[in-house]
Design a protein around this ligand. Structure first.
Ligand code: HEC
Length: 125
């Protein structure tokens, strides 16, 4: 009797762990992918401050803002997350990053990562 109860609970635990690991697997599979085209429509807020190639020459003052065009997308996302969490303190960037979802950050990061010196001119510059 004891033995069969133990077997039943082992089976339950085994089933639960299968369910749990499939949930984990699914959330990994759904890891956020950035889309540069979607990003292009989300950077209006950023272009007033951040220089991207071709943009900085017309507005020299923005040299004081770090250039993010051509940065790696991973670096851009982790910087934005750091502002959002308060690990990086710049007040404007904190409120800007605070308004972005994880998907926004991924899209924007892919967009900026593609803005290298040799990339074709884009309408938002
Ligand atoms: C009002 C001006 C302003 C706006 C608008 C703005 N930024 Fe910034 N951003 C800055 C400044 C200034 C810094 C440097 C802050 C610091 O020293 O931490 C910065 C830093 C960053 C950094 C870190 C760069 C590095 O080299 O570490 C990233 C990434 C970034 N901004 C992305 C964005 C994105 C994406 C947007 C639009 C959604 C945006 N910013 C909008 C002014 C701005």
């Amino acid at each position: 009797m004891m033995k069969s109860n133990a077997t039943v609970s082992k089976n339950i635990i085994f089933s639960l762990s299968l369910i749990f690991s499939s949930i984990c697997f699914n959330s990994q599979a759904a890891e956020i992918q950035g889309n540069p085209e979607a990003g292009a429509s989300k950077v209006r807020l950023c272009i007033g401050c951040h220089a991207i190639p071709g943009y900085r020459s017309s507005v020299p003052e923005i040299y004081t803002v770090p250039m993010i065009g051509g940065q790696s997308s991973g670096y851009i996302v982790s910087s934005l997350q750091a502002y959002k969490k308060g690990e990086r303190k710049h007040p404007t960037m904190r409120s800007v990053a605070g308004s972005l979802t994880d998907q926004d950050m991924a899209d924007i990061a892919e967009y900026y990562a593609a803005q290298i010196a040799s990339s074709s001119p884009n309408k938002l510059k």
